[in-house]
Design a binder for this molecule. Structure first.
Ligand code: LLP
Length: 427
């Protein structure tokens, strides 16, 4: 095994070695497909962000949806991060992983009474409210428990995030948040909600953003509203700036916003705010710290196209099928091999099970290992067992050691909870 830096990029000089682990040896041990995450790379991201936030009263609440593996959540907890959650399931996972309830914020348009009750009982820090109905429901559930819930209004600033339509959330036609006019009414009526302390603002306009302009625009609108509220005598304890920072999926093509520029925009737009700033990054912390390790099953020469058929499929990584997302693909083979053009596909019975079309790669053969890069966020967390393909293993690498943090599902695991309809009941 060649020497490498602890958090070397998996496609750098020694592309078969990552965070001190020989990926070929790992593949033999745990099998493929498998998601590998570099703990060193995750920690580097966390440290970089924390350093950039220096001097601000800031709490990073990792967006658990990006990768909710218990080991990843534990790593975030150990680094002092909180969590942004969107379901009772995520609350449960975060608590189990050791994230203190007091560092958890609950977003999402469809919180149910049960989920709200569970979150109140756990003592989460705050709710990010997305509709008047939800505000009423929170008041109702908190009043029944004789507690006062802290809540923020999620502002929909009507800003185009300039990202994929399916992950844009800040336009007025999107289901998220409420307009400033409606939020103004909520604050005016807030004395009526004795069990909800409306003392925060929240905004999240989209994901995989590579331009700072929409972020600045959204933050300016929120800051303007905060100043107006402050002038009207409302105390705002926290402003949650959401997540959405983009990452590099395509080397040489995607240019992520430098973290200091992003934090600089927060400092500028929220200058004078003396409450707590919450951040909810998911992808930026995790995406590039993960890769999908997969093996070539065979190469098939079709009548028009050459297919590289991998043992990973859309059920393991749905981003290319769902968003036409680009992921760099790196065969762990000798670069001296001649280039070939492939459609890189999985075994699932859908034409949409395509990771890349017309991709130029070093020639591959059955049995070769291939890395699909930047899958640490929205990879495993969006996986399914479609085509009855058991969930892949997940492995955490850390400076020459590895830990299996999700065992590959067995067929038995896969059907757990299913049963033949041999017990009929009436409601
Ligand atoms: N906060 C809220 C309220 C969110 O809805 C999200 C993501 C985040 C934070 C974290 O955003 P991030 O920093 O990861 O961009 N499955 C899609 C991404 C969906 C993002 C949904 N919300 C994908 O694979 O691109």
């Amino acid at each position: 095994m060649t020497a490498t830096t602890a958090h070397a990029d998996p496609a750098s000089a020694d592309k078969a070695c990552w965070d001190g682990i020989d990926l070929a040896a790992l593949a033999r041990r745990v099998g493929t497909p498998c998601q590998v995450y570099s703990a060193s790379a995750i920690r580097t991201r966390i440290d970089t962000l924390q350093t950039s936030l220096h001097g601000l009263d800031a709490q990073v609440c990792y967006a658990a949806k990006a990768n909710s593996n218990i080991a990843i959540l534990r790593l975030m907890a150990d680094a002092g991060l909180g969590a942004d959650i969107v379901s009772g399931g995520e609350l449960w996972r975060c608590l189990r992983a050791g994230i203190p309830a007091g560092r958890i914020a609950f977003s999402g348009v469809g919180k149910t009474a049960d989920e709200i009750a569970g979150a109140l009982d756990a003592g989460i820090a705050r709710f990010n409210l997305e509709s008047a109905d939800e505000l009423q429901l929170l008041q109702h559930v908190a009043s029944a428990r004789s507690v006062v819930a802290h809540a923020s209004v999620r502002i929909n600033p009507d800003v185009d995030a300039h990202t994929h339509a399916k992950i844009s959330t800040g336009k007025s036609e999107n289901k998220f948040g409420v307009g400033i006019d409606e939020a103004r009414e909520w604050f005016a009526a807030s004395p009526r909600h004795r069990h909800v302390q409306l003392d925060g603002l929240h905004v999240h306009i989209g994901s995989q953003m590579l331009s700072l302009d929409p972020i600045r625009l959204a933050l300016r609108r929120v800051a303007g509203f905060w100043r107006e509220l402050a002038a009207a005598g409302h105390t705002i304890h926290s402003i949650d700036v959401g997540g959405g920072l983009g990452v590099c999926y395509r080397a040489g093509h995607d240019h992520p916003i430098p973290i200091n520029d992003y934090v600089g925009a927060i400092r500028d737009t929220l200058a004078g705010f003396d409450g707590r700033i919450l951040l909810e990054p998911g992808r930026w912390l995790m995406a590039e710290a993960g890769a999908l390790l997969t093996r070539v099953i065979r190469v098939k020469q079709g009548r028009q196209r050459r297919f590289l058929i991998l043992d990973a499929a859309m059920n393991d990584l749905i981003r290319p099928s769902l968003y036409d997302a680009w992921h760099d693909i790196v065969p762990l083979v000798d670069d001296a091999r001649p280039l070939q053009t492939y459609d890189v596909v999985g075994p699932v019975c859908e034409t949409g099970d395509t990771f890349a079309s017309g991709r130029e790669l070093p020639e591959c053969k059955a049995g070769d290992l291939v890395l699909i890069k930047a899958t640490g966020a929205y990879g495993a967390s969006m996986a399914s067992t479609y085509n009855s393909r058991p969930l892949a293993a997940e492995v955490l690498l850390d400076r020459g050691r590895y830990a299996v943090v999700r065992k590959r599902q067995t067929f038995e695991d896969m059907v757990a909870g299913e049963q033949p309809a041999d017990r009929w009941e009436t409601p």
